[in-house]
Design a protein around this ligand. Structure first.
Ligand code: UDP
Length: 455
């Protein structure tokens, strides 16, 4: 019995290894017929690993609605909504566990192993084996999310009376939603364009970049180079496997626009007013502490060290995201301290960031891009090994933030920076230089243009 299973697995593995990624019909190029976009539907593929992918997808959806309300957007966490098999159906929880366990070492092994060519191949093999029909169901679903602000669940979809049709465009906003969707769309001969919007910043996994995408939008020049390199490599490999003449990858498919963030981060009033709105003392500087959407990376120790070092010199706001335990812990310790404000997940990030003079944060791409628009200097206290290391170098090179690991040292540095009025103003200016509030709008414009070209 065991031998039969092993032999089947081996056959499957060998068959996959020699199956080129592009054996199927080439994707239809954009044409220029042009037509109104009324009633068109875009499906945005994400997975809720961290808070950044959904935040970016929402920002794109909102800008599309603002530019053309007749186009509908469907944001779907394809893994948790559709996949039934572990670990695929538990990605968000597993992600939280892996980044926390053993100080992120487990995540480092998983991330760096998965970013090698064999790692990518193995992940594709597993996903294709266990999630093919579920992904297909998602991609071909005719209905739309009734309430796009809610997390997905098939019961929340409306299916039109005429049975409806699949999406007119697919946009991947996650590194693990390219390869399998592209394969399924090719095999089912759905010719809707497929575009990737990369939401990493200074470094990114190869899995983001698939040469079969009609377009790849990246936030930085470093990632443009990586996208081109990766697409060239896999295009060459696949054409060699098909024993055809290697084709040159069209580098114009990769475009640097920026990281899509929600609207409202650009300050619209004085910092003092933002502070007053949050019941903070407007005469004191405010230090904001945030650990991404999940309040990760030792947020409690970091907050405690900052509160004790700043000791009344500044107010301290801690946003624990979905980390309910950290919130309870910090409220218990500092609930009666008038200089400390602790909150759980908030949709009002723009107000919190604009009320702050300094942010102590995990080096998440979303938080960094948002802080930059607010002109908010940052001390980065944690990062996801491999995935977020490049973000640290990027901010340090731009001169508006610094990575410090030790909580006591973070507390000390926060005090030094706040006391150095001139220094902090320079950092604020440098932060503002790279900020791009309009990135989501520009991306939405590109998507609508592509959609029009394909209509
Ligand atoms: N965020 C939020 N409310 C919170 C905490 C975080 O809206 O209470 C948002 C934050 O503004 C950012 C995202 O969650 O857009 C976090 O993304 P990032 O890339 O920094 O980290 P991730 O959580 O994806 O690891």
């Amino acid at each position: 019995m065991r031998i039969t299973v092993l032999l089947s697995l081996l056959t499957l593995t060998v068959a996959f290894a020699f199956t080129p990624r592009s054996l199927t019909v080439p994707r239809r190029p954009f044409n220029s017929r042009g037509s109104a976009l009324n009633g068109k539907k875009i499906q945005l593929l994400i997975s809720d690993t961290g808070g950044g992918h959904r935040a970016s997808a929402i920002s794109i959806r909102d800008q599309i609605s603002a530019l053309d309300p007749s186009v509908s957007c469907d944001i779907v966490d394809v893994y948790t909504t559709y996949c039934k098999v572990f670990p695929f159906n538990s990605y968000p929880d597993l992600y939280k566990l892996m980044v926390t366990l053993f100080d992120g070492v487990l995540w480092k092994l998983f991330y760096e192993g998965g970013d090698t060519d064999p790692g990518l191949w193995f992940n594709q093999l597993l996903t294709e084996t266990f999630c093919y029909s579920e992904f297909k169901k998602c991609l071909l679903r005719p209905g739309l999310n009734l309430d796009p602000s809610l997390k997905d669940g098939t019961e929340k979809y409306s299916v039109p009376e005429d049975g409806g049709r699949p999406a007119d465009m697919y946009v991947s906003v996650h590194p693990l939603t390219q390869s399998l969707p592209l394969k399924i769309l090719q095999e089912t001969k759905v010719n809707s364009p497929f575009i990737t919007v990369c939401t990493d910043l200074g470094s990114a996994s190869q899995s983001w970049f698939d040469y079969r995408c009609d377009k790849i939008i990246v936030p930085t020049e470093v990632l443009r180079e990586k996208a081109v390199r990766t697409c060239r490599k896999f295009m060459m490999r696949d054409s060699l496997m098909m024993t055809s003449t290697p084709k040159e990858y069209d580098t114009e498919k990769v475009e640097v626009i920026g990281l899509p963030i929600r609207s409202g981060f650009e300050p619209s009033k004085d910092k003092a007013e933002y502070k007053t709105d949050l019941n903070l003392d407007p005469s004191k500087p405010n230090v904001l502490i945030v650990g991404g959407g999940d309040g990760m990376g030792g947020i409690v120790e970091t907050a405690n060290a900052c509160i004790s070092s700043l000791n009344g010199l500044a107010s301290v706001t801690v946003i624990c995201g979905s980390n309910a335990e950290a919130k309870k812990n910090l409220e218990g310790l500092h609930g009666s301290n008038g200089d400390v404000l602790v909150t759980g997940y908030t949709p009002s990030m723009p107000s919190y960031m604009n009320s702050a003079d300094l942010m102590v944060t995990k080096a998440g791409p979303g938080s960094i891009a948002e802080a930059s628009v607010c002109g908010l200097p940052i001390i980065m206290y944690s990062f996801l090994p491999g995935q977020e290391e490049g973000n640290i170098s990027l901010v340090e090179e731009e001169g508006w933030g610094k990575y410090v690991k030790d909580p006591a040292e973070i507390g000390r540095l926060a005090k030094v920076w706040l006391e150095d009025g001139e220094g902090i103003e320079k950092r604020k200016e440098r932060a503002r230089k790279g900020g791009r509030q309009e990135a989501a709008r520009d991306i939405a414009k590109v998507l609508l243009e592509e959609l029009e070209l394909c209509s």
